[in-house]
Design a protein around this ligand. Structure first.
Ligand code: DC
Length: 229
């Protein structure tokens, strides 16, 4: 059967990773969360003092060859986790501190070049579902199926707030909403690969749509393409 590349882009906390994971499971494809890669570089910068109130871009660029990123499967959880220089950082990269600094790191051209190259290599054999911000526009402009997900900032902040509370973080809803809006602004106005919908991407606004309905829709789109000769 024909294998394809599925690119899922969109704003933060639109449920991209939930639907992408489910899709990859159903199709027996590899799932790649590219946001985790930008988050891991940010964590490295925070740990080494390049990312503080302001970003030391030069130091970060010089450190890039020392940053090794790998996804390794966690059999008991049935998903892959992010390793930074051999250490599992899956939980740390979701901290608020990382969320508050990742957009400025993701705006650095050299960081994007390194990560895009790694991402393109992962799609060599197709059979992949990748989520991020520039997958359908830059990483795989030739992807057979492109989805662009969106929802109101308030809906997204509520989802994120709940996730953070569930994992025991102490945050306020206002701080989360502020971060969602700030990331939207930086991600969509940066000069390198800004977040934008590819012309041929299917837009899904899931402000009032359940996870199951989103999954069914995208799965049906994928099946239609996979069945084509
Ligand atoms: O999907 P996420 O919220 O975990 O992504 C974290 C940040 O990384 C997001 O604010 C923008 C950036 N990002 C990016 O610029 N390009 C990608 N392909 C994925 C994420």
């Amino acid at each position: 059967m024909r294998k394809i590349i599925i690119a899922i882009d969109g704003y933060s906390s639109t449920g991209k990773s939930t639907v992408a994971k489910k899709l990859a499971n159903a199709l027996d494809y590899v799932y790649v969360d590219t946001g985790a890669m930008y988050r891991a570089v940010t964590l490295y910068g925070l740990n080494h003092g390049f990312v503080q109130d302001s970003l030391d871009t030069k130091a970060l660029i010089e450190a890039l060859p020392e940053i090794e990123l790998k996804f390794k499967p966690n059999q008991s959880l049935g998903k892959s986790e992010m390793y930074l220089n051999g250490k599992n950082v899956e939980k740390e990269i979701r901290d608020m501190k990382v969320s508050e600094n990742v957009s400025q790191v993701a705006a650095v051209e050299e960081v994007r070049e390194k990560l895009v190259e790694l991402q393109q290599a992962m799609g060599d054999e197709k059979g992949i579902v990748m989520d991020g911000r520039d997958i359908g526009t830059v990483v795989f402009p030739e992807a057979e199926l492109k989805i662009f997900m969106t929802a109101s900032p308030e809906t997204r902040a509520h989802r994120r707030y709940k996730e953070l509370l569930d994992r025991g973080d102490e945050v306020t809803f206002e701080r989360v909403l502020k971060n969602v809006k700030a990331r939207d602004y930086i991600d969509s106005t940066r000069s390198v690969s800004p977040l934008q919908r590819a012309e041929d991407a299917i837009k899904i606004d899931n402000s009032d749509m359940g996870q199951e309905e989103q999954f069914e829709r995208i799965y049906n789109f994928a099946q239609r393409i996979i069945q084509q000769d």
